[in-house]
Ligand binder design. Structure first.
Ligand code: NAP
Length: 241
């Protein structure tokens, strides 16, 4: 039976992915810090098991990967988000976001890569469309996701002749505990199950980027191409007075 490891599998996108793979008969290992959340997901399918693992703790990640055994897909999905203006965000918060989203994910990559190499496996990293450009009130989160996209580009280039396929997953807005922190209307908001379907479809291909929903992706890609003058004019409207 094929095995998939999903970090942050106790809630949101990770949970929807775990249940989707489980329905298709995969052996699913989810990890996260909150044992109760993980247990609730495990109760929903006998082929899901859980491992408590804080991705910022290299000892935890080593133990988790040792416990996995052979694995065909690693989906590094765990992440954190603290919205707010730069002036109201503490250095501790900036560091924590980078520590979880970037260094935590990198910690998992370094540890699981030899296992994926041995299994001709697939590495999929959940970044975000918020990593495309600097957005107001996202100066902690955005750079952490931009760093992940860049990291995946490097990895894909380095590993393209080897056995491991590297993909980056860039979702738009998905309903979850993470986006419950947003106090604005989120365009093209999706349910986690719909996000999981998009990700599963993308994982069937060898496309580098799995980005969705398409109309939002197009708009975000256009933003990247705008001259700065036009970009900041638009951002003034987004940021409000
Ligand atoms: N929702 C969106 O609109 C959206 C859009 C783009 C990208 N994303 C990305 O999608 C991923 C999943 O987010 P979500 O929306 O599904 O939110 P979520 O339900 O809050 O999921 C985040 C998961 O990450 C885990 N996590 C956080 N810190 C961790 C740590 N230090 N070690 C291990 N696990 C940790 C949490 O589990 P524990 O609390 O059990 O540790 C939680 O299950 C994140 O990387 C997020 O940045 C989300």
């Amino acid at each position: 039976m094929k095995r998939v490891w999903i970090t942050g599998g106790g809630s949101g996108i990770g949970k929807a992915l775990a249940l989707s793979f489980a329905r298709d008969g995969w052996n699913v290992v989810i990890s996260g810090r909150d044992q109760n959340k993980l247990n609730d997901v495990c109760k929903q399918a006998s082929n899901i098991s859980a491992f408590v693992c804080d991705i910022t703790d290299s000892g935890d990640v080593r133990a988790c990967v040792q416990n996995l055994g052979p694995v065909q897909i690693a989906i590094l999905n765990a992440g954190d988000y603290s919205p707010g203006p730069t002036s109201a965000t503490s250095m501790d918060e900036f560091r924590r976001t980078m520590e979880v989203n970037y260094f935590g994910t990198l910690n998992c990559i370094q540890t699981v890569l030899p296992v994926l190499k041995a299994c001709n496996g697939r590495l999929a990293v959940v970044a975000s469309l918020a990593g495309y450009v600097g957005l107001p009130n996202a100066s902690g989160y955005g750079p952490s996701k931009a760093a992940l996209i860049s990291l995946c580009e490097s990895l894909r280039a380095e590993l393209q002749d080897g056995p491991v396929s590297v993909q980056v997953i860039n979702p738009g807005f998905v309903q979850s505990d993470l986006t419950a922190k947003n106090d604005f209307a989120m365009p093209y908001l999706m349910e986690p199950d719909a996000a999981a379907r998009e990700i599963r479809k993308g994982l069937e291909t060898d496309r580098f980027e799995i980005a969705f929903p398409t109309p939002f992706v197009r708009r975000m890609k256009l933003l990247r191409l705008l001259p700065y003058r036009a970009y900041f004019k638009l951002m003034r409207k987004v940021a409000g007075p």
